[in-house]
Design a protein around this ligand. Sequence first.
Ligand code: EPU
Length: 423
Amino acid sequence: MDRLIITGGKRLSGEVQISGAKNAALPLMASTILCKGETVLSNIPKLKDIMTMSEVLANMGAGISVVEGNCLRINTDSLINREAPYELVKTMRASVLTLGPMVARFGCAKVSLPGGCAIGARPINLHLMGLEKMGAKITLSQGYVVAKAKRLKGATIYCDISTVTGTENLMMAAALAKGRTIIENAAREPEVEDLANSLIKMGAKISGAGSTVIEIEGVDELRPINYTIIPDRIETGTFITIAGITGSNILIKNSRYDHIAAIAEKLRETGIIITEEGDALRVIGPPIGTLQPADVRTMPFPGFPTDMQAQFIALTSMASGTSIVRETIFENRYMHVAELKRMGANIEIEDNIATVRGVQRLLGAPVMATDLRASASLVVAALAAEGETIIDRIYHLDRGYEKIEDKISNLGGDIRRVKGGRT
Ligand code: EPU
């Protein structure tokens, strides 16, 4: 297993290019199941999760090739109705995004039921409830969900919790259903809107994406498209916290301010200066020792995202005062706290509330990555810590951050990857 070795305390400078959004790319890749032909997706990040989704599609007979750099060609002419197997779903629960499109295109879908994961139980009951409302017969057998419907029918579906991949699954299924589907309390995340925009380009009739009510008028057929994925707002947010904690001045390129407004507003409270420069953000961290505390509650979009909570805790662990963080989306998303404490952070957890008492310095230590965003928070902390931090199990990081060590070392950070765990 690879490790990262980071020596903290360096001031960073220069430019960093943000990659395409993982959580937009994954549903867009799954949406290619809905039609025959060749789709070309640009700005696809090179990540482990993208490879896993490619394997899921290839297992169904899709032809997948990298055109150049970050461009992926997916040909679904010879797609066959084959299950999303346990071996792949267990490594990436977003494989469940194939359920809606498969049942819509083939009238039957079989997908391994994702189990719980490091950050919470994460059931998919709302995905299944929505498909049932559209007339699918759902059965669970030997760890697999089987959904069957000759042709899905439009329905009004109310989600009592806002669910990102649930909304995406149902929107894709409804695109080929007969009649009108209304998804109420739909997730408003930019990744949902990006999927809707790409489906519209494919010929789907969708309105309201980006709001809490999405209407989809089913069509008989969709066509393949060329499409460019939005930038990764969480990667942008992570680099803002990196600049903030190291007191650095960096230019973050390929970012959409409208997608990170809540993140920027909150991080400004800590003293970070963030200004828009075209499609880039100029970020200037406050002088070392002057970061201010701030309180935050994670919320669905347009609130402060749960995917930035760990990095926010790492940042405020060095603020001059106490910050209160409330995690409201996932029940077990504080695994990074124990590792940050090993570096000298002063954080207490009670239920879903983290009390972060800022310390003047963090000290490098061997730490362990436990999930994707937890790993990112350890990188943020390590870049500000005195001495060397060794981050183990960085395969979690590789699921969601493209070439992170290259991007940080281009900014002047002292970071290197060690293959196979040997230093
Ligand atoms: N939920 C249910 N039932 C469902 C679906 C969700 O109770 O049927 C609950 C979940 O347990 C959770 C809440 O609803 O408490 C919200 O979960 P959601 O379904 O929105 O999460 P997700 O779709 O599984 C996506 C991202 C996550 C991100 C969350 C929240 C993808 C592939 N994943 O997950 O990204 O944290 O939305 O914004 O889009 C990450 O990138 O690190 C990551 C975990």
